[in-house]
Design a protein around this ligand. Structure first.
Ligand code: ADP
Length: 283
């Protein structure tokens, strides 16, 4: 599957420009991380990709065909976890997934439901009412419905919100496994979520693409712009990313466009590189 995004813009009726002429290509198999601060336009892009919104201008092609012309066909191949996901509290997990399977017109619903219940580790809770679930369990039900019938294109808007560290790790591995032979687009502002599993990153801010490439390329772009300081740096042109209390006093880590000549430069982490990009290359 190949998704081509061409000069896509979205201006909401209140005049807010959420996306400003973005272009990129998403091609399977791939696990693509969509990163950006709150309000960057990530959810808007995802809604446009599911045809839940119609763009103000530009277009999306799916394998060369306009998305809006083949909306119904694409929806059969699509799994979507929106950010604000309403669950039906009075239903059990099984009943809810059965309802979602009916909406998606899945041929063998019981088989599909069993599979996602296993994948999301919800077997012990299958007969529990959704109202009785914890935040993390509810999120897992949201992921389960997105994965019903093993869609070719999975769009997950902040899927790890509310999950504990072990659950986050399990899901990262599951998404990575799924992406071996399909397209998974995952939005997050948690760098850890994309660090180990995504082979492509798209960073957006203020509705524009700031970076497309591999995590290694993003890290490379910040070399020479990250340093450690054995005190609070005096220059206000250095953006502090960490302040660590050590036995010897405070040690700071910072990013800057131009580091002072005597700075103790260090190899950037993905988080440093992301901060550098947003801070110095953004709008
Ligand atoms: P993100 O998912 O990166 O946090 P969004 O796509 O939700 O960003 O939002 C991008 C921008 O569009 C924000 O400024 C947000 O306030 C605005 N926005 C989102 N939805 C609407 C809407 N329905 N009407 C007006 N503005 C919106």
């Amino acid at each position: 599957m190949k998704i081509t995004i061409e000069n896509l813009s979205m201006v909401y009726p209140n005049g807010k420009t959420a996306l400003d002429q973005i272009s990129c290509t998403l091609e399977s198999p791939n696990l693509i991380g969509l990163l950006g601060p709150n309000g960057a336009g990530k959810s808007t892009l995802m809604k446009l990709l599911t045809a839940a919104l119609v763009p103000t201008s530009g277009r999306i092609l799916v394998d060369g065909e306009p998305l809006l012309k083949h909306e119904q066909q694409l929806k059969q191949q699509l799994g979507y976890l929106p950010q604000a996901f309403g669950l039906y509290d009075e239903l059990t997990i099984w009943q809810f997934l059965d309802y979602m399977a009916a909406l998606k017109q899945i041929n063998q619903p019981a088989k599909a439901i069993e599979q996602v219940i296993r994948d999301t580790n919800l077997n012990a809770k299958r007969k529990s009412r959704i109202s009785s679930l914890s935040g993390g369990e509810r999120q897992r039900v949201g992921i389960a419905q997105a994965m019903l019938d093993d869609p070719q294109f999975l769009i997950l808007d902040e899927p790890t919100v509310g999950l504990d560290p072990k659950e986050r790790l399990d899901f990262r591995n599951l998404f990575s496994k799924k992406a071996q032979d399909r397209l998974v687009l995952l939005s997050t502002h948690i760098i850890d979520d994309v660090q180990s599993v995504c082979n492509q990153l798209i960073v957006i801010d203020h509705g524009r693409i700031l970076f497309i490439g591999t995590p290694a390329q993003l890290i490379a772009s910040a070399r020479g712009h990250v340093a450690l300081f054995n005190d609070q740096p005096v220059s206000d042109k250095i953006h502090i990313t960490a302040r660590i209390n050590t036995a010897e006093g405070i040690q700071c880590r910072g990013v800057a466009e131009n580091m002072p000549a005597d700075s103790m430069l260090v190899e950037p982490t993905l988080e440093d590189a992301y901060m550098y990009l947003i801070q110095y290359k953004g709008a």
